[in-house]
Design a binder for this molecule. Structure first.
Ligand code: ZN
Length: 242
């Protein structure tokens, strides 16, 4: 009786599913629980929201966010925009009670996401700007032929772009110090990088408020981007060199 060799088949199954990646999956390599992806790409997804697509640069996002802002300038009185605006205001208002200088060690992802929104508030970032960023990210992902069009990539990319807004700001404010009973000055100079879980919580909150508006308006934002800044580079056929 001849046994059919199956080892080749098994080996193929244990490689990471990302094209071009030959690393063993986490499970087969004994480095984790992922059955279809390697440790490197699992980590990549946690950081960027996609196994293979990296985070967009601010320069790639800018024309879309600017177009979304122009849309908002023109249509800020529409019920769809007003609904998104007040919902986000409401969601962020709950974060206003979070002390931005609190140590985040040991805190849950929900708490850390609220702190991130409290920081946006402390940095006086207008709600309209946050909505424009969400819409801009959604439009870029839709317009870029090489993008990864998944919900997870969208919310993580939106969270990262919003998070970038408040990072790098330097602020001082007075806080009551229970040890002395008086005020002390808290200073904030840089924000730590948010973990994958926190980015998803931030992204979910943004999505809750902005997604309905975004779905309706993204085609218009893309049109405005194209008119004002030209098409996304992925639309231009690469010139053949012969
Ligand atoms: Zn891989």
């Amino acid at each position: 009786m001849t046994k059919i060799p199956r080892s080749g088949h098994i080996t193929a199954e244990c490689r990471c599913a990302v094209p071009g990646c030959h690393r063993p999956t986490e499970k087969s390599g004994g480095t984790g629980l992922a059955r279809f992806h390697c440790r490197y790409h699992v980590h990549h997804k946690s950081r960027h929201g996609s196994y293979w697509h990296s985070t967009y640069k601010a320069s790639e996002l800018r024309p879309y966010v600017r177009s979304a802002e122009l849309w908002i300038e023109e249509y800020r009185q529409t019920p769809a925009y007003q609904a998104a605006y007040w919902q986000l205001e409401h969601l962020v208002a709950g974060a206003g009670r979070v002390e931005p200088a609190t140590s985040l060690r040991g805190q849950s992802a929900e708490y850390r996401a609220r702190v991130a929104f409290a920081r946006l508030r402390a940095a006086d970032i207008p709600t309209g700007r946050i909505i424009a960023i969400y819409m801009g990210v959604a439009a870029l992902i839709e317009d870029d032929f090489g993008s990864h069009r998944t919900r997870e990539f969208r919310i993580v990319q939106a969270a990262k772009a919003v998070h970038r807004l408040a990072s790098g700001t330097h602020r001082k404010w007075d806080v009551w110090d229970p040890r002395t009973g008086g005020n002390r000055t808290a200073e904030l100079h840089a924000y730590p990088r948010s973990s994958g879980h926190v980015l998803r919580k931030i992204g979910e909150t943004l999505e809750k408020a902005c997604d309905e508006l975004s779905r309706a308006v993204v085609p218009e934002v893309i049109t405005m981007r194209t008119e004002r800044f030209g098409p996304h580079p992925s639309h231009t056929p690469v010139a053949k060199t012969s």
